[in-house]
Design a protein around this ligand. Structure first.
Ligand code: PLP
Length: 344
């Protein structure tokens, strides 16, 4: 057992999915579960979302799809990166359905035998997908397309690019006969019914991230970081704490050293701005976060002792605002050393 744990609220995860599904109007919400369920654990996430009624799941890599075998209908598990050379065999193995992103990927799919597939259209991000100005109808002729997708570049901003991408996607829609169409990620859901089409693909907001103010009231936090106190010390006025001696105690203080550091995704950018909570008291971070250790002021929590667990004040939108590190990075860079404890 580790001296640090992620406490994960499965009820909040399911509730967030239901809220996003509701906000998707006539469309059904799927779930982006790539990067190991944004760091929380894809198997646990998918199990709970499937129970809540979610049927469409999106991963980036084939090995991510293989890790979910048996948990979901492979016909409803999509691999966003499609088929790189050498991946033809796994792509036709039935473990998941590829999202075809380029003319070459389409050719590889046909060559390998083809079958049910998805197609990604690039409508202005210049990243993955068939260029919306290409002969989409010609490229996709004869393909058995379930989802025709595109991805919004600026959904979390009030940007004219959103409407532009929506119009381009509408235009492409006339050229590909797919069973279903899908454009919106988490923030895209908040842009309104014109962006919903048949299926939405939230990721961040499922896990408690808040990509735009309109979603704030609908999303509950899912993850709490907790660490154990390894040592309690009495430092004296003038003593310095941690690497670089960036903090000098202004008075005698009671401090605690916690089993948690930047190797666990508890970023050094939090040094001197982050904190913990214990029974309503805020316990500020002191000095720099080390690789495996963090020091805090526990003067306000006299009962706290070695072995006690305390929770980090890691509110995702606030952490993003304070450090410039995105909520996506906070989630996906959470370390492997935590015990992941699901409450529900
Ligand atoms: C990651 C991803 C999503 C989910 O986006 P969020 O902003 O996390 O909601 C949706 N669609 C595609 C293509 C993605 O790559």
């Amino acid at each position: 057992m580790a001296n640090m744990r992620l406490v994960l609220d499965g009820a909040a995860l399911a509730e967030n999915w239901r809220a996003l599904d509701r906000l998707s109007g006539g469309a059904r919400a799927g779930a982006a579960v790539k990067a190991d369920g944004y760091g929380l654990g894809a198997v646990e996430v998918v199990t709970r979302l499937a129970r809540a009624g979610c049927t469409d799941f999106f991963v980036a890599h084939w090995h991510e799809a293989q890790a979910l075998a048996g948990l979901v209908d492979p016909a409803r598990l999509a691999v966003l990166h499609g088929i790189a050379p050498g991946e033809e065999q796994v792509a036709v193995s039935g473990v998941a359905v590829p999202v075809l992103n380029s003319a070459d990927q389409i050719a590889r799919w046909r060559q390998a035998g083809g079958g049910l597939c998805h197609v990604m259209i690039d409508t202005g991000m210049s990243r993955l997908g068939l260029d919306w100005r290409e002969d989409i109808a010609g490229l996709c002729a004869g393909l058995d397309v379930d989802l025709c997708l595109s991805h919004l570049a600026s959904a979390d901003e009030d940007s004219a690019q959103n409407e532009l991408q929506r119009q381009r996607f509408e235009q492409v829609r006339g050229q590909v006969s797919a069973r279903r169409y899908s454009l919106a990620n988490s923030a895209g859901i908040a842009l309104g019914s014109g962006f919903h089409f048949d299926c939405t693909r939230p990721g961040l907001a499922l896990y408690g991230g808040v990509p735009c103010p309109a979603l704030a009231e609908h999303i509950r936090p899912v993850m709490r970081l907790e660490a154990r106190v390894l040592q309690v010390r009495q430092v004296r006025a003038g003593d310095t704490i941690g690497y670089g001696a960036t903090f000098a105690a202004p008075r005698d203080m009671r401090t605690a050293t916690l089993s948690l550091g930047y190797a666990d995704g508890f970023k050094r950018a939090l040094s001197s701005i982050g904190g913990f909570s214990c029974e309503g008291q805020r316990l500020p971070l002191l000095g720099r976060v080390s690789m495996d250790l963090t020091c805090i002021d526990v003067s306000a929590a006299p009962a706290l002792g070695e072995g006690d667990w305390i929770a980090a004040d890691l509110d995702l939108p606030l952490a993003e605002a304070a450090t410039g590190i995105s909520q996506y990075e906070w989630l996906t860079q959470i370390g492997r050393r935590f015990d992941r404890v699901w409450l529900d």
